[in-house]
Write a protein that binds this ligand. Structure first.
Ligand code: PLP
Length: 376
């Protein structure tokens, strides 16, 4: 049963299939109800000015909805700008790191922010603390550090970390929560900047970033601006901040993306907020991990259960079962995007269990995988 002989023309019985076959880690499943709501506003919202109240009121709802969802304290601001999380890294390099950052590097995404900081000629080289993929490092407080860069969920490996200020640290805590926000628990007092893009747990589309910023982070932005550092306007957090408080962005945003995100935030808040959304992800990922542990051919890639993510579950397969062939069969049957992160290079499936994903569909997914393997 090597990969060369695996039968990939397998038809999974329809009663086994999930109702929705999208399990990708981003872009990820967008709920049909949200798309229907957008269609209903196709003539009076889409195609209208982002400087007028029709759009600004939706941006305002997103900002207040995030405030509610994350129980954000007074004085924090919800800031937004175009470009997605990757652009936010460069924005942070220009507008949030005063002199030296420390990065916990444990996969592709966390490594990328560290390398952006290293390239910047106007700050010192960052301190990078690494761990092997499938594990995670610990932050070490150091008085030289003015920004600690954490990644709530390393989407490339399925390892998460708890967001806690390092004991004795004076620097800001900035958290890449792109795939974690709304799927993993967090306490606003533990961060200064919690940023993400909405194509993952917020079941919308990419190309925009949101950042929940503390008064200390806002103060830092102002200090760096006042220092006279050259900051490209599109990467300037002080400009983003000035626009955000007016429910606008510096340049034109994607209106559909904002609308879909608002629908998802409303859905979460109406159903119980963060305990509801994180609970869905915990339930769904639990189904995957428990199935893999009980299986005689699959096993969780992340060895330490305390590091296993509730939003992205990575599952290794025994050598005699080719995960790529499973993914191929699933794709032919309408179950998409469970291939592993390309650079991790493992015999693995990666299954996103974001809040929008229905736990009953995750049950159907693992049953479908069992069926496929039984036919190899
Ligand atoms: C997807 C992802 C990114 C990149 O997001 P873009 O919006 O594509 O720039 C960054 N960090 C993490 C943890 C991610 O999962």
């Amino acid at each position: 049963m090597s990969d060369s002989t695996a039968n990939t023309d397998i038809l999974i019985p329809s009663e086994l299939l999930p109702r929705d076959g999208r399990f990708g880690s981003g872009p990820s499943k967008v709920r049909k109800e949200a798309v229907d709501a957008l269609v209903a506003r196709s003539a009076d919202y889409l195609g209208t000015s982002h400087r007028q109240n029709t759009v600004k009121s939706v941006v305002g709802e997103v900002r207040s909805g995030l405030r509610q969802l994350f129980s954000i304290p007074e004085g924090y601001e919800v800031v937004l700008g175009n470009g997605g999380s990757t652009y936010f890294w460069d924005t942070a390099v220009f507008s949030l790191i005063a002199n030296k950052s420390q990065h916990l590097s444990f996969g592709e995404f966390s490594a990328k922010f560290a390398s952006s900081a290293k390239m910047a000629p106007f700050i010192q080289d960052p301190e990078v603390i690494k761990a092997e993929p499938g594990s995670r490092p610990e932050a070490v407080a150091n008085d030289e550090i003015d920004l600690y860069a954490f990644t709530h969920n390393e989407t490339s490996t399925g390892v998460f970390m708890d967001i806690i200020r390092p004991a004795g640290a004076k620097g800001l805590v900035a958290v890449d929560a792109t795939s974690a926000a709304a799927g993993l628990t967090v306490e606003a007092s533990q961060f200064d900047c919690y940023y993400f893009a909405p194509q993952k747990a917020f079941a919308s589309d990419g190309g925009i970033w949101f950042a929940l910023m503390s008064p200390a982070a806002i103060e830092r932005v102002k200090e760096i601006k006042a220092s006279g550092r050259y900051i490209p306007p599109a990467l300037d957090l002080s400009i983003a901040l000035d626009n955000s408080v007016l429910n606008q962005t510096y340049n034109t945003p994607a209106l559909a993306t904002i609308f879909l995100m608002n629908e998802q935030i409303k859905w979460m808040n109406e159903n119980g907020g963060l305990p509801f959304s994180t609970g869905r992800s915990a339930q769904s990922s639990g189904i995957v991990y428990n199935w893999a542990i009980a299986s005689d051919f699959a096993t969780p890639f992340v060895k330490d259960p305390a590091m296993r993510s509730n939003v992205v579950a990575t599952i290794d397969f025994d050598d005699n079962i080719d995960a790529a062939s499973i993914a191929k069969v699933l794709r032919k049957n309408g179950i998409v995007d469970v291939e592993p992160y390309r650079k991790l290079g493992r015999n693995q499936l990666r299954i996103a269990t974001f809040p929008a994903v229905d736990p009953s569909d995750v049950e159907a997914l693992v049953a479908s995988i069992d069926y496929v393997v039984s036919k190899f």
